[in-house]
Design a protein around this ligand. Sequence first.
Ligand code: SAH
Length: 381
Amino acid sequence: MTSRATLAGRIAALIEAQGPMSVAQFMSIALLDPQDGYYTTRDPFGPRKAAKGGDFTTAPEISQMFGEMLGLWLAQAWMDQGCPKNPRLVELGPGRGTLMADILRAAKVAPGFLSQVDVVLVEASPVLRRMQQEKLAASGVPIRWQAQFGSGLDERPLLLVANEFFDALPLRQYVKTARGWCERMVTARDGMLGFALAPVPLPPAALPRDLAAGLEGAPEGGVYESSPAALALAEDIARIVAGRGGAALLVDYGYQTRGGFGETLQAVGAHQFADILADPGGNDLSAHIDFAALAAAGRQGGATVLGPVTQGSFLTALGLGERAASLSTANPDAAQSLQTAVERLAGPSQMGSLFKALAFLPPAFDSAPGFNAPGFAGAAA
Ligand code: SAH
């Protein structure tokens, strides 16, 4: 049996024993506690009105066309680099396995790709891992799972994809005060969780690099969010792509340049915003991706970084409209729902602008489909 009250209680007890914890540690426990974590205990995806209502819906769950476009992009990147032998296809946070299933189906167009590739799925949740196993059982390619990106993925050309993965990585929050930047901590009193600022400001050397480099002009109360886990992972991935060949495609929601000092960490349950501390393990927690910081981490790892471009411009350039038209011709009854899916994935008022794509390539390459059309980068909000 799992109990959410138990997880809140266990976090409070931990804080009472050890002192306040960072927002990052709270997030990591709330999402991935082995017994009661949000992802460890459920399948969160699906529309609100489904029989077993989901908490949120992701692009691959909206339409097979999303994964097909990403599959074609990855296969093209492999062919553009001369079809390097034994590529490894890695997905971070594969959810229900839908994206990988669609990628593998679309990648059949690249001769020799599927017969050489092996797949590694990085998934911390046993529940979702089981769903992925079922979904991909008939895929015909060797697949193995690991809980972390970790080591062992650096000997072969790496083709990596991550959709809505980086937004779930633990993030720290710093708040500007008259004393300097203080980290926001999670505290506990009488078993109740709350937020409080660390009393002592962090010395510049302990702040994230870009913050320490002087983000002057932050108002008192301004919040700066930074995910050391996300930046370290992006740099690792870029280093492997730069050294071994391959490509990484990161798609997520977030901003191209930091617009101010607002916080973006949010809790979502049943398609509604919720209190971040109210129900650890019961709601999804995620935050906007700082794409400029992720791009800088990619360059630090030695990769060519393309984008971010908006998901709308990326999918449109890859042929989303044409794919919808050909599927509609084959199945006229589905034409309306395909049009709706195109609008949801690429429409600026839906996922088209908020979601963005970022790519890492080896340093000898400087372009890829969807990233090099004039004006695309400028179109990213
Ligand atoms: N890519 C999928 C799912 C996105 S939700 C989709 O687009 O539908 C985030 C996924 O990442 C889930 O599968 C979750 O279990 C996994 N996950 C979250 N944090 C993780 C971590 N730190 N390590 C490994 N997997 C993680």
